[in-house]
Design a protein around this ligand. Structure first.
Ligand code: FAD
Ligand code: SF4
Length: 532
């Protein structure tokens, strides 16, 4: 995609490298002439405050940007770098800093990869138009499926399904295919072999056992400098930095990938959805921030996983389960974002209007599942997919929290948070705020699901089911109480969808007095949601 008019008397091309475009092979560098062209990189305090960004997320972005700046400079590239604390940068907002830099540098053309956020794309268009320089927005070839390709796939379909997209991506990119072009092993999907929970009994064999350690990276001098800066400048922001160990260079990201494939991928599939206390990472890849920052190319991730399978090092179910995430979900989510923005940001199908409970920012709750998910999020900037979807996401939907407030939280707290990846997962997957544009039903569940997939409930102040509440003498779990309230409130919607018809029937079967009690319990819980 290229847009813009011919350049004026201004000269040279200025390549704007955004914080999540840190790749030397970026299409934005095509034809770059170091003798004539320059690079612009901007650190803007406003990007850390427009949502109340957590410290680990800010450090990942700033440190990776500074490392990339130094690599460019070592290659002889002229980089105009606007640092966070620059006093004469034109203001704190990205838009102010960009306008200031464009006025000072007076490029003929401003060129960049298509931004990963709708808001930033508009800001950059406006800034270029304001100073009167030509703007070239280049297709992001880092992804496997361009926006145009996705638009062709989506066509006029009212509802998209990830599974058909994923199969098309596998065929088109020849990923895990047998020689006849059919899926390796004869099946597209090994989900049934994946997604187990860790055993709870017998006690001697309970839990995840020994999980191979993910590769973690001790902060170097640049990262330590950024940590000090963030501690000073964003002292009141959530999160802690004592355990910061994320990859911030391509070299580190490649090592993280190699270690994951060698020692963790084989068990990834089996336990993708499992949760356990004090087990923040499970067998997960921890590669999302490196992928989203463009330190890693999805093609090399795909190749490494497929090679490991072809060499016999990992089972097919694990390779398929992992590649489904990278080639399927990740690319699909990006396509959906660009198809549905800006409406996706406003979507509120369930008409949820409540505030986000305060404990999302502190982890101070008696609900063990939520406490674990939030505490590790604040400590590491990380929670795995099921924690995000079926703990913090599920609670937000059941507690009727306004989607925008939920989205702002997710965008603030994770080291991999970029809006194209975050918002569809929040609005579409977790909250059903889009009314099912790419999911077939709301992911509504009670505490019984969390009990099945984790050991959280055993040590909780609440009990996940009515039977457990009666036998343990504990109050009923807020997830379960609010789940019934959700069914009560949305019965008509659930009855109209074949995939949720059973849920509607289960609430319809309850006598009126019981339904009154469900509403009363839920009203009480929602009233004191900050203290649960
Ligand atoms: P693994 O579980 O090991 O998966 C491997 C890779 O697959 C990930 O690195 C990621 O790149 C990709 N992937 C898997 N599922 C998804 C998905 N649903 N969407 C996009 N990519 C996926 N992911 C982000 O990258 N940024 C976000 O801001 C983000 N916000 C989320 C918010 C919610 C409410 C939910 C439910 C999910 C969100 N995800 C997000 C998707 C997913 O949870 C993370 O990509 C994953 O947990 C990252 O950890 P990992 O690298 O260990 O992934
Ligand atoms: Fe979470 Fe409910 Fe289980 Fe407690 S009982 S850990 S609140 S699901």
């Amino acid at each position: 995609m290229t847009s813009g008019s011919a350049s004026t008397s201004r000269s040279g091309t200025l390549v704007l490298v955004l914080g999540d475009h840190l790749c030397h092979d970026s299409a934005a560098f095509a034809g770059f002439d170091p003798a004539r062209d320059r690079v612009l990189m901007i650190e803007a305090p406003g990007e850390a405050t427009h949502v109340w960004s957590a410290k680990p997320r800010i450090v990942v972005f700033l440190s990776a940007m500074r490392h990339f700046r130094d690599e460019l400079a070592a290659r002889g590239v002229n980089v105009h770098y606007v640092a966070l604390d620059d006093a004469d940068a034109g203001g704190d907002g990205f838009e102010l800093r960009l306008a200031h830099a464009l006025a000072a540098l007076a490029p003929g053309t401003l060129r960049l990869l298509e931004p990963g956020e709708w808001r930033l794309a508009r800001i950059i268009e406006a800034a270029a138009a304001h100073v009167g320089c030509a703007l070239q927005v280049v297709d992001d070839t880092h992804v496997l499926c361009s926006r145009a390709d996705f638009a062709r796939f989506a066509g006029k379909k009212p509802r998209l399904l990830m599974e058909s997209f994923y199969r098309e991506m596998r065929r088109r990119n020849r990923i895990l295919l047998a020689e006849d072009g059919e899926p390796e092993g004869g099946r597209w999907n090994y989900d049934a072999d994946n997604r187990g929970a860790w055993p709870k009994r017998p006690a001697s064999r309970a839990g995840p056992g020994l999980i191979a350690e993910p590769e973690r990276f001790a902060p170097d001098a640049t990262t330590r400098e950024v940590i000090a800066l963030v501690e000073r400048r964003f002292a009141d922001h959530p999160g802690t930095l004592a355990d910061f160990a994320w990859p911030v260079t391509r070299e580190e990201a490649l090592r993280a990938l190699a270690v994951f494939v060698e020692s963790r991928l084989a068990s990834f599939g089996d336990f993708q959805d499992a949760m356990w206390t004090a087990t923040p990472f499970g067998w997960h890849a921890l590669l999302s921030s490196s992928l989203n920052l463009h330190l890693l190319d999805p093609r090399e991730v795909v190749m490494a996983a497929e090679l490991a399978y072809r060499s016999g090092a990992i089972p097919l179910a694990s390779a398929e389960g992992f590649l489904r995430q990278v080639v399927g979900w990740r690319e699909f989510i990006r396509g959906v974002y660009w198809r549905d923005m800006p409406a996706m940001r406003e979507a509120n199908h369930l008409r949820a209007t409540r505030p986000l409970p305060g404990w999302y920012w502190t982890g101070d709750t008696r609900m063990v599942c939520a406490r674990e998910a939030v505490a590790q999020t604040l400590r590491h900037g990380y929670a795995h997919h099921i924690q995000r979807l079926m703990v913090t996401g599920l609670f937000a939907m059941l507690a009727e929290v306004e989607p925008k407030r939920v989205a702002d939280w997710y965008l603030a707290v994770y080291v991999d948070a970029v809006e194209w990846a975050e918002l569809p997962n929040v609005a579409g997957m977790a909250l059903y705020a889009d009314g099912g544009r790419f999911t077939t039903k709301p992911y509504a569940a009670s505490g019984a699901y969390i009990d099945r997939m984790s050991n959280y409930c055993g040590g909780c102040a609440y009990a996940p089911t009515e039977a457990a509440a009666a036998s343990r003498g504990k109050p009923i779990c807020p997830f379960t109480a609010l789940y019934w309230n959700f069914l009560d409130r949305h019965e008509a919607m659930l009855a109209a969808n074949p995939r949720t018809m059973m849920m509607a029937k289960s609430i319809a079967a309850k006598p009126a007095a019981e339904r009154d009690a469900i509403r009363a319990v839920a009203a009480d819980l929602l009233e004191r949601v900050d203290a649960l």
